[in-house]
Design a protein around this ligand. Structure first.
Ligand SMILES: [Zn+2]
Length: 213
């Protein structure tokens, strides 16, 4: 089939309703769910929707049931994203990359009452909607970092950790910091940096001597 996603449509992935038959609460009735429903990211005000693979925007439209919809043509398969908060900024024909922002999760629809915010996501293969779940759980990294890039990231992170995130002394420590800088206990540099073990021992040793113990 050669279907490969290179990004999740929503991060983190939280499936709230699976593909397939589902009971809609009416006795003896069930409907076929042609997509997968994904929940919002509760840590954020807005949940971004991302293209799962490279492709071209095949459609960007309003439908009374589906709400705002985007369809991406990936060549040998298509993906559909519905109930967007507002119309996707990407016009029909735009090229998209895996992981690219294509819209904001919403609850747009005119016919479904009391629907919670979610993304209804469909995988379309040969004009039929199929279960996307195995492909969502088979994501590979889009880019592989070279060894030199990894080293560079680690170097930057170590630099950041050692320098602290800020260079301003916080209010509660200001007086003590100024006094001890004047007294030579610190050099006055990187007030928010971490203390090493040797610095800690040096400091305790100095305090012990000050108090004659
Ligand atoms: Zn759905």
């Amino acid at each position: 089939m050669n279907i490969q996603f290179n990004s999740l449509p929503v991060v983190p992935l939280r499936i709230t309703s699976k593909y397939g038959h589902r009971n809609i609460g009416l006795k003896g009735a069930s409907t076929f769910h042609r997509g997968i429903d994904l929940g919002r990211d509760f840590s954020k005000q807005e949940t971004e929707i991302l293209a799962v693979a490279d492709g071209v925007i095949a459609n960007n439209y309003w439908n009374n049931t589906r709400g705002w919809v985007v369809i991406i043509d990936h060549g040998n398969f298509k993906t559909l994203y519905q109930h967007l908060k507002r119309q996707s900024p990407l016009p029909k024909g735009s090229r998209v990359k895996a992981g690219q922002h294509i819209g904001i999760m919403g609850a747009s629809t005119k016919t479904i009452r009391g629907m919670a915010m979610h993304l209804h996501f469909e995988l379309i293969y040969r004009n039929k909607s199929i279960d996307a779940e195995p492909y969502l759980k088979n994501i590979v990294e889009v880019e592989e970092l070279t060894e030199e890039q990894v080293r560079e990231i680690v170097r930057e992170e170590i630099k950041e950790a050692l320098s602290g995130n800020g260079s301003e002394v916080q209010g509660w420590a200001k007086k003590a910091w100024e006094e001890e800088t004047a007294a030579g206990l610190t050099t006055g540099e990187r007030p928010l940096g971490y203390m090493t073990r040797q610095e800690g021992i040096y400091l305790l040793n100095k305090i012990k001597k000050l108090f004659g113990k």
